[in-house]
Design a protein around this ligand. Structure first.
Ligand code: MN
Length: 472
């Protein structure tokens, strides 16, 4: 069965779950948008999708993907395979990082992002963030302002990671521009200077194995940077989004800052909830080199505690599908040469459903908030994305709470060649996935043939609206 964009679709018999409510209703979609929600909608002239026993939820929004590498060396995925992975996991919107490298312009980085998107078309809708690493050229300020006019309304800065890391003065500068232009600042919070020092010492002592990736980035390198990022944002009076927090102490810092009135939001990623530092000592330890690194097992419990208390706002994948070969080649040199990251877009929603909703740690509505609604709000996509309402895009995941899935690279859409979660079984997975009314997944299988996803220009950061609508 295929459902084209212009078709009329009714999703019948499910329970609609949004960030706020759960209720029994049918949902009808026409020309890619939701036009009616209610019981007993007229089915004549519609394709009917049976959602009996399932939740009908807004398609996932994953605001942290690196499907296209910023470097010369491409990773395993491109926008086509990466968004196939996203869709197969229930995600219908991603926000990808374009990356300005030092010595190049922001404008060129944006052009390159669009070129890549045109070259490998996406299955789901794609927005862009911009990694800003160099404001030392004449048009930099105009380029930053121009991003927002072009629908790229978030800037990301790195406090670690050569050669793109910025010092505090430069970060403050980006934050001031963000306030002026209506952008949200995302920060990768690790203390780059400390990590550099620890790495030099480790190499000097002859340490080369993957576990040294974690040993040279101990928890204090994150918590120090988190507290400094929050201080910088408060000095600039800028809204702040902290990517991939991995420690209970980081979540506590976010919670304390919010209590004091700061506009700070935190993100947690799948891998930090599941993979602990012992994975780095396995024979294939290089696969689990991602940044920040896997932490002690205890931290996973603290992260869940934070999730249960509603501290992180967004659950993301940080998908970066370096291949098995790229990982191994790096490991043959030393831990600093292993490309950071792995695939995860396809696993994100099922993993947190299985470990969060099924265990009673979070409700189905909190699941929707964390995997879809909050990111749509923070990144200027709501209510087009992130909810089920008349007028919203027909982006829907019909979620089967009983569907079993065993994660494996052999059946996943990413071209990485490995899965972080090989052989792990989860219960709860997409039954059907529709992006603007087009069926991408049915019966749990990815069935889309043509990639019809589009670039998504986003609205500016809506500070007042978010303060009002946001519950945490
Ligand atoms: Mn990332």
């Amino acid at each position: 069965m295929t459902v084209a964009n212009h078709c009329r679709v009714i999703i019948r018999g499910g329970r609609v779950a949004t960030s706020a409510d759960t209720y029994r209703a049918d949902v009808s979609i026409e020309d890619g948008r939701i036009i009616a929600i209610g019981e007993g909608l007229d089915e004549r002239g519609h394709e009917v999708i049976d959602a009996t026993g399932c939740f009908v939820m807004p398609g996932g929004v994953d605001p942290h993907t690196h499907f296209e590498s910023p470097t010369e060396t491409p990773s395993g995925d491109d926008f086509t395979s990466g968004t196939a992975a996203a869709a197969a996991g229930g995600t219908t919107t991603v926000i990808e990082f374009c990356s300005q490298l030092p010595g190049t312009t922001i404008r060129d980085a944006l052009d390159l992002g669009h070129e890549k998107l045109a070259r490998a078309r996406p299955y789901v809708d794609v927005g862009f963030h911009m990694i800003v690493s160099d404001l030392d050229y004449p048009q930099a300020r105009e380029d930053l302002a121009d991003l927002c006019a072009k629908g790229v309304t978030s800037y990301k800065v790195f406090m670690a990671m050569e050669p793109i890391r910025l010092d505090d003065t430069a970060i403050l500068d980006v934050m001031h521009s963000a306030v002026a232009n209506g952008a949200l600042v995302m920060v990768h919070a690790e203390n780059g200077a400390m990590i550099e020092g620890l790495t030099q010492a480790a190499r000097k002592a002859g340490h080369v194995s993957p576990v040294w990736h974690a040993r040279t980035r101990p928890p204090l390198t994150e918590t120090e940077a988190v507290s400094r990022a929050i201080a910088l944002a408060r000095v600039a009076d800028a809204p702040l989004y902290l990517v991939h927090l991995t420690l209970g102490a980081s979540l506590t810092a976010v919670s304390n800052a919010r209590r004091e009135g700061a506009s700070v939001w935190g993100e947690v990623c799948t891998q930090h909830l599941v993979i602990d530092e012992s994975y780095l000592t396995r024979t294939n330890g290089e696969l689990f080199v991602f940044t920040p690194p896997p932490r002690a097992k205890d931290e996973q419990r603290r992260l869940w505690e934070g999730i249960r208390n509603g501290i992180p706002s967004v659950f993301a994948s940080d998908h970066a599908a370096w291949t098995l070969q790229q990982k191994r080649e790096g490991a043959q040199l030393d831990f600093t040469q292993i490309p950071n990251g792995g695939p995860g877009a396809e696993n994100r929603m099922s993993m947190i459903y299985h470990r969060g909703v099924r265990t009673g740690t979070i409700s189905i509505n909190e699941f929707v908030s964390l995997t879809s609604t909050n990111a749509a709000r923070l990144f200027g996509l709501y209510p087009k994305k992130g909810t089920i309402a008349a007028g919203s895009d027909g982006d829907i995941v019909v979620w089967n709470p009983d569907r079993r899935r065993v994660f494996s690279a052999a059946t996943e859409q990413s071209r990485a060649g490995y899965s972080f979660y090989e052989d792990q079984e989860v219960v709860g997975a997409p039954e059907h996935v529709l992006r603007r009314g087009e069926l991408l997944v049915t019966g749990g299988r990815f069935v889309a043939r043509e990639p019809h996803g589009e670039f998504l220009p986003r609205r500016k950061f809506d500070r007042a609206g978010i303060a009002e609508s946001y519950r945490h």
